[in-house]
Ligand binder design. Sequence first.
Ligand SMILES: Cc1cc2nc3c(=O)[nH]c(=O)nc-3n(C[C@H](O)[C@H](O)[C@H](O)COP(=O)(O)OP(=O)(O)OC[C@H]3O[C@@H](n4cnc5c(N)ncnc54)[C@H](O)[C@@H]3O)c2cc1C
Length: 502
Amino acid sequence: MPEDPAVQKINTRCCITGGGPAGMVLAYLLARAGVEVLVLEKHADFLRDFRGDTIHPSTLEVMHELGLLDEFLKLPHDELRDIGVQINDVHATIADFTHLPTHCKFIALMPQWDFLNFLADHAKRYPEFNLRMRAEVTDLILEGDRVIGVRAKTQFGPLEVRAELIIGADGRHSIVREKAGLQVQDFGSPIDVLWMRISRKPTDPVQTLGHVDSGRVLVQIQRNEYWQCAFVIPKGGFDAICARGLPAFREEIARLSPYLRECVDELKTWDDIKLLTVVVDRLKRWHRPGLLCIGDSAHAMSPIGGVGINLAIQDAVAAGNILAPAFQRGAVPGIVPVMDALTSELSTEGGTLPAAIAMGLTLAPAGLPSRQIASPFLRGPVDQNGGTPERNVGGSAFAENDRTASAPELEYSTVTEDDLAVVQRRREFPTRMMQRLQVLIQNRVISAVLASKKQFALPWPIKLLARFPILRRIPAYVVGMGFRPEHVQTDDATAEPPEETA
Ligand SMILES: Cc1cc2nc3c(=O)[nH]c(=O)nc-3n(C[C@H](O)[C@H](O)[C@H](O)COP(=O)(O)OP(=O)(O)OC[C@H]3O[C@@H](n4cnc5c(N)ncnc54)[C@H](O)[C@@H]3O)c2cc1C
């Protein structure tokens, strides 16, 4: 089929679909390790409310390992050091983060867009990092069984990106996993959650609290000037709540948490209340040749424990640790990303070029030295000038002025499906454990509370936690760190080598 000249074409080493926590952290880590990466994010900015604003101690530890922690903590944030629950009139602290083996012994509460903007700003110092906002991925490009690229809609028209590896980090409604035909296991959920924001008075308590009463659960996350409130309802129950009317809903909130009564009138319309349809699912296989899913796109989490962001970031760290060395098996140091130049200058007509592009080669834009062109699908020994003889020939083989030079040996990628399977093996266990725990709490505890018409008795685990403070470290560890905390194992490719001592 003839090439459509209206379609922009970009080649890169790794294309990440979705600029959420999973996508942005992985992009940062790959770019830092010297791997050219392009993030496609469908929105124009990171500004979205109620996406979860929790930055867990394990993520703060990752920031420390990256040397970003001090600067990060200068951003406005709140610090959550423990979590309490109020059942009927009994109050108990159930998680205590102050003993965690981390630099930060708290959960930082910060708008997610501040976190993502922070990452994007710091990633920009790496020339291998590229981010395209308003680029919505709509389809995959396949060659046989292998995913070799994505199609996207952008404000400038259609875009095709070909890459050695596509990462699906596009959240729980992932188009990537759908188009890849990856099989989803749905674990069901008996609950949905209504999110809202209610002002916080100086006289209000300081602890993040879960209020549990017969038939109702309200979680209040303490922010500086407001409470981020999650009202748990039976699945599909939102219409019935709307039918009872907003005044009745406000009254329910005020009865559960009387000090909110003064401010609950701020909920003026149902638009002030966001419905989160809770889904708990997991892909059987997180990958297929040329594609890996991470974060919510591989496993949508229940809001219980507020661990979705943490797991997404931990996936990204593990993927970075495993994939950066896999990319480096064939990397050429010193390659300059040329995506923007290519976007505007790439020409597809004539000669062997369409075939070359189909194989993943980039065309040297006029005037750009051919050795600066990333030809990511080539392999060969690296010479001292930061290129391979074959690769430099390869770059010039498809440069404007020299299309006739012989084609180099081509390979799709240095990242194999085994590498992708290693990422899944590493992250499946902690995900599975966390989801089991969430499903257990949803089905056994929350469902029972929502169904009960009389006062709910204090469950024995809560009694134990209330009685023995040392036990509160266990839920704090599970929520704050997860079942398999990840650490950054890759180097900063731009860091100065240590000086040799005589
Ligand atoms: C209302 C609500 C409240 C939550 N509260 C918490 C909480 O307090 N704590 C917590 O840990 N977790 C919370 N979560 C869950 C948490 O938001 C997710 O688990 C986490 O954000 C997953 O990160 P991710 O990067 O995998 O996916 P996402 O954060 O969903 O990011 C996916 C990104 O991909 C983009 N995208 C989607 N489709 C495309 C496409 N076709 N092309 C290009 N880009 C695309 C999206 O715009 C988005 O930026 C909450 C979720 C919701 C919905």
